[in-house]
Every structure is written in structure tokens, then in C-alpha cells.
Design a protein around this ligand. Structure first.
Ligand SMILES: Nc1nc2c(ncn2[C@@H]2O[C@H](COP(=O)(O)OP(=O)(O)OP(=O)(O)O)[C@@H](O)[C@H]2O)c(=O)[nH]1
Ligand SMILES: [Zn+2]
Length: 199
């Protein structure tokens, strides 16, 4: 099986189990799960939840290892504005925003699409933004073994917007730097390039 394929065919037993739990929740909040608009909702919700957490079944290392190419290029490679959708592990509500990832090759480059795929593998789990940032950083660092790697994530958390503190405009930024990005000049170049509209 491909290490990153979508779970288009859901495990029937697990889907049914999750479906029953959602039916229970709908009942507990005082709704009628048998009314027309809701009859298929437990199944839809189960499939949505399994899709949003499919990263547990995917292997980010395998994804990277499947597309590493020997190349002498040793300047910075930046993939910026990667959409991120994840679920906070405290409330299981979405947090979403953008990831910016850069690395400096060390004999190998990686297929560009694999970086957003790695972001998705870790985002489609129950997460906190800090751990998501480090999961991506360490996976690239340990697998590609580049001269440096940097990850910045900017995200809004629905648990701070729809409920709780109810702040609509706050954005959380997390970052991690390894290798050459620990040097201030390299880090500044990266931060300048991700804030530029043209890069
Ligand atoms: N550090 C961090 N905190 C997060 C993340 N997502 C959600 N949280 C926070 O997790 C915390 C959980 O705090 P609790 O006091 O246990 O939960 P709560 O009573 O629902 O808190 P409020 O959201 O303040 O109402 C909250 O402050 C959330 O804002 C994240 O990705 N990183
Ligand atoms: Zn939350």
C-alpha cells in the first residue's frame, strides 16, 4: 500500500464503532438521530473523523525515503504557504493555517510534493501546534539528514475562537530550527523569504 494514500476504503468495523459513538453523542445532546436530516450523520461524522486522523496510519519516513534524489545543490530550498488543517488534542476542534518549511540539502534533495505530504501526515492526528512543528522538523532532519532544516507554522485555533476565550484574530506562531538554521544569518534569510510575496 502507498504510504500516503487516502483512506478511501474505510475499515468497516472501526467505522461502525465510531459511527455508533457519534449516534450516542447526537442522542445525548438532545437531538433525534432518526430524523431525516440526521440519519446518515453518524456515518458521515465517523468517516470525517477517520479521515482527519488518518495520519496515524501513514509513515512520513517512508514518504521521504521514497523520493530522495542525489544532487549537489546545497542552497536553501523553501516550500512556503502549505495549508495545514489539524485537530487540537485538548478539544478535538480544528486549528488551521500555514506551514513554511525549508532545508539545505546535504547530497540529497527530496521530491517537493513530499514536504506537504509529511506536513499532512503529522497534521492529521490529535496535535498541539508545538509538537506538530517538531514532528515535521525532526522527521525531515532525521530522514533527509540535511545541512539544516526550518519549520514555521502560523495557525488559528477554533477552540480559542468558537468557545473559551473567544478571540477571533489571534494567530499562534511556532518555529523550529536545526543545523545551519541555528545561525542567525541563515535563519534571517529564511524568515525574510517566507514573508516576501514574490519568493
Ligand atoms: N500550547 C498549546 N495549547 C493549546 C493548543 N491548542 C489548544 N491549546 C490550549 O489548551 C489549553 C487547555 O486548557 P484547559 O484549561 O485544560 O482547557 P479549557 O478549560 O477548555 O481552557 P480554555 O480554552 O481557556 O477555556 C487551552 O489554553 C487551549 O488554548 C496548542 O496547539 N498548543
Ligand atoms: Zn483546543
Amino acid at each position: 500500500m502507498s504510504p500516503y494514500q487516502n483512506l478511501e476504503e474505510y475499515n468497516i468495523e472501526i467505522t461502525n464503532e465510531v459511527k455508533e459513538r457519534f449516534a450516542g453523542i447526537i442522542d445525548e445532546i438532545g437531538e433525534d438521530v432518526s430524523r431525516e436530516g440526521l440519519t446518515k450523520t453518524p456515518e458521515r461524522a465517523a468517516k470525517a473523523m477517520l479521515f482527519l486522523t488518518q495520519g496515524y496510519k501513514q509513515d512520513a519516513v517512508e514518504i521521504l525515503q521514497g523520493a530522495m534524489f542525489k544532487e549537489d545543490y546545497d542552497d536553501m530550498v523553501i516550500i512556503k504557504d502549505i495549508e495545514v488543517y489539524s485537530l487540537c488534542e485538548h478539544h478535538m476542534l480544528p486549528f488551521f493555517g500555514k506551514a513554511h518549511v525549508a532545508y539545505i540539502p546535504n547530497g540529497y534533495i527530496v521530491g517537493l510534493s513530499k514536504i506537504p505530504r509529511v506536513v499532512d501526515v503529522f497534521a492529521r492526528r490529535l496535535q498541539v501546534q508545538e509538537r506538530l512543528t517538531h514532528d515535521i522538523l525532526e522527521c525531515i532532519n532525521n530522514t533527509l539528514r540535511p545541512k539544516g532544516v526550518a519549520v514555521v507554522i502560523e495557525a488559528a485555533h477554533m477552540c480559542m475562537m468558537m468557545r473559551g476565550v473567544q478571540k477571533q484574530n489571534s494567530v499562534t506562531t511556532t518555529s523550529g530550527f536545526r543545523g545551519q538554521f541555528e545561525k542567525i544569518e541563515t535563519r534571517e534569510e529564511f524568515l525574510k523569504l517566507i514573508s516576501s510575496k514574490l519568493s
